[in-house]
Ligand binder design. Sequence first.
Ligand SMILES: [Zn+2]
Length: 484
Amino acid sequence: MGKFIFRLILFAFIALAVSVWFKTFRFSSRQLQVEPISELSLNDSLANRFARALKYPTISSGNWVDTSAFRRMDTLLQKQFPLAHKQLDFERVNEFSRIYRWPGTDALLDPVLLIAHLDVVPADSVAWTEGPFSGTVKDGYIWGRGALDDKLSAWALLESVEKLLQEGFQPERSIYLAFGHDEETSGAMGAGSIAARFKEEGRQFAFVLDEGLVILENALDGLDKPVAMIGIAEKGICNYNLIVQLEEGGHAMMPPPETAVGILSAAIDKLQKNPFPPEIDGAVSHFFDYVGPEMSLFQKTVIANRWLTESLLISNLEKDPAANALLRTTIAPTMLRGGVRSNVLPTKATAKVNVRILPGQTIESVRDHFQAVMDDPRVKVQLDTSISYNNPSGISEVDVFGFQLIQRTCLEIYPEVVVAPSLVIGYTDSRQYQDLSDQIYRFCPVQIDRSDLTRIHGIDERLAVDDYLNLIRFYHQLIRESGK
Ligand SMILES: [Zn+2]
């Protein structure tokens, strides 16, 4: 009997080992074999042209935009890109947003929509090495607010179009450029209005390309190449108000067992101790399918056998807040209010919880989770409608024309990177265009070290001159190849 059990265990072990080996062996590369293109010669002075755009504080904040800065920048745009403004069908939307239509020779092909935004977040100039609106080119970098988010896309797109027009290029597929002016607030007046215009026209796009993810250096342990992450989905966002309203207050010298503040704190504590369940699914699952085969044998084996290793992988990833955000709907209690005096029992306490929703879940399912976990009818859960909220996006496909064109073009410019689809944990203007295309990608191919990510919306935002020139090359090649 003992021998039989031993044989059985041995057999099970061998079967498992064979299965793991087989899965690892079959886990083949999804990278495309691409010949690098000969470098499009571009003058370094293009960096100075872009730096001029960073001198305009086109800030959007709350319900406010710096209209004077936008007006002055409009003059610069027309001066710097005369062909684009003359030869393309150009239109302003709500004064500061812009659409450029470049009709293709084949009207049967769905057009491509390339989007960016022209507004920036405010900057506290004291802490910056170079002034946030100085538009300085120094030490191989272009410095200023908007260098990474997101004036670079608008300028590189227009430079590439201007160059193609100079070359006499005519696209087969119509090319649309659309630049919003309030992405950093709601996007409603910019991208929202542009999308409404396209909807009225009954337009459908082959694909949409927006900002979102970048080429990240040192992205993963076990992978020495930078990863070009193309966002194929984006998390939803909402804020929930938690409200405890009691009928009676009273003096703090005769307190009941719980006050409104205590009830609310206990509820928040329960929410934090019962996070949403993690999962490796959708866009994140695609990410591992693309990066896994490029990693060292150990990591490749772990990722190829997620049926066996998923909980190990998750427990490793969730230690890092950035990776954790890819695995689950996250909550962050951010604001608390309650009480008027230290010796008066509060009748009301409120909190705000910021939620980032994983594709597959909804604003409603988040509320259900909150109510189930808190399990306290005294805590009301109310969606904060005073600021914008969105369900997660759909997931765009990877085995289609749009994704493959972006992947191929990226590799033609950056042959040494690994391309992988991924999930955007922030939000972009592209959410306004969901009804206009099934394939929406969020990617700007500039190479950034992980440690530099804090410069976006932070201090010393800057872009390497070489990256900027490569971005122009990327769009130039993408538009040239877009008819295929
Ligand atoms: Zn942005």
